[in-house]
Write a protein that binds this ligand. Structure first.
Ligand code: GUN
Ligand code: ZN
Length: 425
């Protein structure tokens, strides 16, 4: 049985950062045909209805059908401490994050927050995510169990830390290697789940731990490796003290086998020319977390890096101040404006969907409406509140119609969600 979804359809033939605006494709009266969990075809509604006369029709009227959002960097265990007041990165970690992450020693709490986070993510139109867990293996078990129950393509890993964290939140070089390996063997490639090797960041890992995780990555090069890079000036100064022989922050990873094309580096705000050059050279991915960068006071990411480096977009919940990738796109727009660039709605939408997929090397599976891509779809009401409706009513094209939802929208804009070709309850 196939399904045909009718509405406005937004998809990408290419990356708008390199190919320009013609990379985006919009059908005013379009259709997406879904079969066996994947997209079979998309195009004008009349032609596709004629070609698939027996398909079950769901008509979303003037709503916009898009690939679901992909949050390329999130800490699901920080769900309950989102919007915690008044601290910058290191104090914020010590005051709010580490005490909360301690609670994930309890598998029941880990399960409760996994379910809460995933329900919130789906309500906001996020259909895939790449999450940090805590140091506890059971925090990964809980997250993957909850993601699998919802049929999601999800990425996560045990966060490894063996110094500069409370005693109850430290592993060791050997246990980080052993626990990560056991989780990887259990979950990587199980259904739609992927394990991500996850040293938190250089300040909370000894050189021995970074080397152990570098060795694990070398044994499993098809895995992603995620970490944080150059988020705040104070943090970078601390890394310089902790790793006096390193040329720069990136070198603390590079020297321990943690720089590569499947490396996913969160924040990456205050990069040196050498770091940019090496990231480009190895084809690594950066993740832009704009609500976090303003909320914790980190700085302004240079989005022009997206012209020749893989860049994804992310909430960084709970350093980020929203679960919504719409709010995140709005923040990305504002951060870019402060650096003199007005991001086009097509560029913002690409970052939240296909760009994040590409940053996670998942572009053949998710992040776009294209034949053979898995049918994780969201249906957006482009007039979801009176404020948005009155602004979009004046629109003369899709971009003017979409931009008020990007700047003012939230979970109220998400009218429906399809996961793996099925409507989500
Ligand atoms: N750097 C190391 N850990 C974290 C974290 O949990 N959140 C953010 N924003 N930065 C980090
Ligand atoms: Zn983070």
């Amino acid at each position: 049985m196939s399904d045909i979804l009718l509405g406005q359809v937004l998809s990408f033939d290419a990356d708008p950062f390199t190919a320009g605006l013609q990379a985006a494709r919009h059908e005013t009266r379009g259709a997406v045909v879904v079969e066996n969990g994947k997209i079979l075809a998309h195009g004008p509604a009349d032609a596709l209805r004629a070609a698939h006369p027996t398909a079950r029709v769901t008509d979303y009227g003037k709503c916009l059908i898009s690939a679901g959002f992909i949050d390329a960097h999130v800490h699901y265990p920080q769900t309950a401490i989102i919007a915690s007041w008044g601290k910058r990165l290191i104090d914020w970690l010590n005051s709010y994050t580490f005490p909360e992450e301690m609670r994930f020693a309890d598998p029941a709490y880990a399960a409760q927050i996994s379910n809460r986070y995933l329900d919130l993510a789906l309500a906001h139109g996020t259909t895939s995510m790449c999450s940090y867990a805590t140091i506890h293996p059971q925090s990964v078990e809980a997250f993957f169990t909850a993601a699998s129950a919802r049929g999601l393509r999800a990425y996560a890993g045990k966060t490894c830390m063996d110094r500069n964290a409370p005693a109850g939140l430290q592993d060791s070089a050997q246990s980080a290697y052993d626990d990560s390996k056991a989780l990887l063997q259990r979950w990587h490639g199980a259904g739609r789940l992927s394990y991500v090797i996850t040293p938190r960041f250089s300040p909370t890992s000894s050189p021995d731990q970074l080397a152990a995780l570098g060795a694990l990555w070398a044994e499993h090069p098809d895995c992603l490796m995620q970490t944080h890079l150059s988020e705040q000036i104070d943090e970078i100064a601390w890394v310089r003290e902790l790793y006096p022989a390193a040329r720069d922050y990136l070198d603390t990873y590079e020297a321990h086998g943690l720089l590569g094309s499947r490396g996913v580096y969160g924040h990456a705000i205050h990069l040196t020319e050498r770091e940019k050059h090496r990231l480009r050279e190895v084809d690594a991915s950066l993740v832009h977390c704009p609500t976090s960068n303003t909320f914790i006071g980190s700085g302004l990411f240079d989005i022009t890096l997206a012209r020749d480096i893989r860049v994804g977009l992310a909430t960084d919940t709970g350093g980020g101040s929203s679960f919504s990738m719409l709010r995140t796109m709005a923040a990305a727009y504002e951060v870019a404006q402060l650096r003199g660039k007005a991001l086009h709605p097509a560029e913002l939408w690409w970052l939240a969907t296909a760009g994040s997929a590409r940053a996670l090397h998942a572009q053949d599976h998710i992040g776009n409406i294209s034949k053979g891509i898995e049918a994780d779809l969201i249906i957006l009401d482009l007039a979801s509140t009176p404020a948005i409706a009155q602004a979009s009513a004046r629109a003369e094209d899709i971009w003017q119609a979409l931009f008020p939802t990007i700047m003012l929208g939230d979970d109220r804009a998400i009218r429906a969600t399809w996961i793996g070709g099925k409507p989500s309850p």
